[in-house]
Ligand binder design. Structure first.
Ligand code: UDP
Length: 568
């Protein structure tokens, strides 16, 4: 078992390890990994004997306790505890009826209670002020129901161990779209939602050609108002500049690679955007810690292949032993059996290979690695299909009839916000945020500070380990101004805000090209960035076929989680 970092231990103790009624720990971190390995390997008994289950249990334990792979938080928290919801990602429908709206709210509360996040597209709701048939009143519209969902999430959060997160989407042709775009700036309390505008290709073309744009009634399909497409675009930019919201989701790009389009179009994603899902579908995630796969400045492809195969099996087993909050969710999830295997520690892998994040070499490497993971997970899932059968809707999917497949999708790049701390590595495919940085108010209101281990290690390797250097990076998390460090060294340790936003996007696209689901990525912008910068990134994201895009402007005085430097 790999030694865990101080921050990892603090998080595990606060939220993951089982506790008795008196607050005493019922398990150690090692026992937690054993509990999870045991619960997930139990699924094996459905197809094999006890022996097989035991041997997979040992294998899963090793993969997690070595920090090669970790499943999403709900699996770590809940597997084998009787609180059986193991997935992080859900999408629920919002029907245009009071009954539908409250039924979905109830299901969302149950999902949040056990650490999952929910995404919704509110576009089926009639606009505010529309006449209601039954009692002759007026509809309150999508915005008011988003606020209601936000308020409910806030209440459920009080009892849970993890913030219930939501994604709220409104399509760009909904009559209430302009109010939706301003929602985050005007609606300060709306803290439990990420907001995204559902964008179509024809809207982007209308923006580029400065055309008029129809806002349509969702029920009749009639245009009830026409505005300039650029007016909407500019409102999006203004608000994204101010608050980071709304982001965009590109619905046509998503549906072009929807593997079971026969079942209908995908309209929404989970909260951080990495999994586009049909109504009632859920998806469980897991991430490979790439920082562990560099041996003697080379990538260990054999170990990576082995880990991908084990991880796919693990994630397919999760679907089997999962407890679902409702029968609709169980049915939809088992019908397609989507899993999302991704990566974390990408920046720390590049550092070990002494490759700058903002280089073509890094971009090529991203493509090679993700292509490899995608191909291996494809093989792993089709092998599982030989053993266990195809997913139920296989004969309606793109794999039919030639390719056996257990899981409709296999890859997804999650933010790995917490599991990367547990694995003591950089999150997801993000560059280092700072060589020294703080995560503020993440642990019961307390801060977590980190100094990057690889930075220290490399300083020592090069004979440059001096207290003065540590003091300097403690102030602003950056080493670029330190004269004593060679340029090549500094180029490898550039941090998120020192990397041109286009390079952030290039990494997102490189990984997206070999990921069936989507990539969660924040394109960090300096506080000096203007509307034009956001416009360019948003347009390029669409052109380069991202499935969604989010920007975040740093140091704008708003509350944020990550701060560079560790001096208060
Ligand atoms: N998520 C959530 N609440 C949170 C963090 C995450 O509901 O506070 C969900 C959300 O769907 C997100 C997914 O978990 O997209 C994966 O997030 P992440 O990779 O950061 O989770 P981790 O497994 O690291 O905790």
């Amino acid at each position: 078992m790999e030694k865990l970092s101080e921050n990892a231990l603090r998080i595990l103790q606060e939220r993951y390890l089982l506790k008795g009624k008196d607050g005493s720990f019922q398990e150690s971190p090692e026992e937690m990994f054993r509990r999870v390995a045991h619960a997930i390997a139990k699924a094996e008994t459905k197809w094999g004997g006890e022996e097989e289950s035991k041997s997979w249990e040992a294998s899963f334990f090793e993969m997690m306790s070595n920090l090669y792979f970790l499943p999403n938080s709900p699996t770590l928290m809940n597997a084998g505890t009787g609180r059986g919801q193991l997935s992080a990602c859900f999408v629920l429908p919002v029907e245009d009826s009071l009954e539908g709206i409250f039924e979905t709210l109830k299901q969302a509360a149950l999902v949040h209670q056990n650490g999952g996040g929910t995404g919704f597209n509110f576009s089926r709701l009639r606009p505010a002020g529309d006449r209601l048939n039954t009692y002759g009143g007026f509809a309150s519209g999508p915005i008011s129901f988003i606020k209601l969902y936000d308020f409910a999430t806030e209440q459920v959060k009080q009892g849970g161990r993890r913030r219930g997160a939501n994604m709220g989407i409104l399509n760009v042709n909904h009559p209430d779209i302009l109010e939706f775009i301003k929602l985050r700036v005007n609606g300060k309390p709306l803290q439990n939602f990420n907001l995204s505008v559902g964008i179509t290709d024809d809207f982007m073309e209308a923006v580029l050609l400065d055309k008029e744009w129809d806002l349509m009634h969702p029920n009749s399909g009639r245009a009830i108002r026409t505005v300039g497409a650029r007016l909407i675009w500019e409102e999006i930019l203004n608000n994204a500049w101010e608050s980071g919201n709304p982001g965009l989701i590109f619905l046509d790009t998503i549906n072009r690679s929807n593997p079971i389009i026969q079942l209908g179009k995908i309209q929404a994603t989970n909260p951080c955007g990495e999994v586009p899902l049909m109504d009632y579908e859920s998806c469980n995630l897991g991430s490979i810690n790439l920082s562990k796969f560099v041996k003697e400045k080379e990538l260990d492809w054999g170990l990576l292949s082995e880990t991908v195969h084990k991880a796919v099996r693990f994630l397919d087993n999760v679907i089997e032993v999962n407890n679902y909050p409702s029968s609709n969710i169980e049915q939809a999830t088992k019908g397609n059996r989507k899993i999302g295997l991704g990566v974390m520690g990408w920046a720390e892998m590049l550092i070990q290979l002494e490759t700058p994040y903002d280089s073509e070499e890094a971009e090529d490497m991203a493509k090679n690695i993700m292509k490899f993971i995608q191909e291996e997970s494809f093989l792993a899932s089709s092998k599982l299909a030989e053993e266990r059968g195809n997913f139920d809707n296989w004969n309606k999917s793109v794999y039919y009839p030639d390719q056996k497949m257990r899981n409709a999708t296999r890859t997804s790049i999650a933010p790995t916000g917490t599991i990367s701390i547990l694995a003591n590595t950089s999150s997801s495919i993000e560059p280092l945020f700072g060589l020294a940085f703080q995560r503020r108010k993440v642990l019961n209101g307390q801060n977590l500070t980190s100094i990057n281990d690889f930075f220290i290690k490399k300083l020592k390797e090069k004979g440059l380990f001096f207290q003065e250097i540590l003091d300097l990076i403690s102030i602003d998390g950056s080493c670029l101004k330190i004269k004593e460090l060679p340029d090549k060294f500094k180029s490898v340790f550039k941090t998120a805000l020192e990397i041109d936003p286009k390079w952030h996007l290039k990494h997102q696209i490189a990984f997206q090209q070999f990921t069936e689901n989507a990539v969660s990525k924040t394109v960090n912008l300096p506080s000096s960035a203007g509307l034009e910068d956001i416009s360019e990134i948003y347009k390029l994201a669409w052109e380069w076929k991202a499935k969604g895009i989010t920007v975040f402007r740093n140091d704008t005085g708003r509350e944020q989680v990550l701060y560079k430097g560790i001096k208060e």
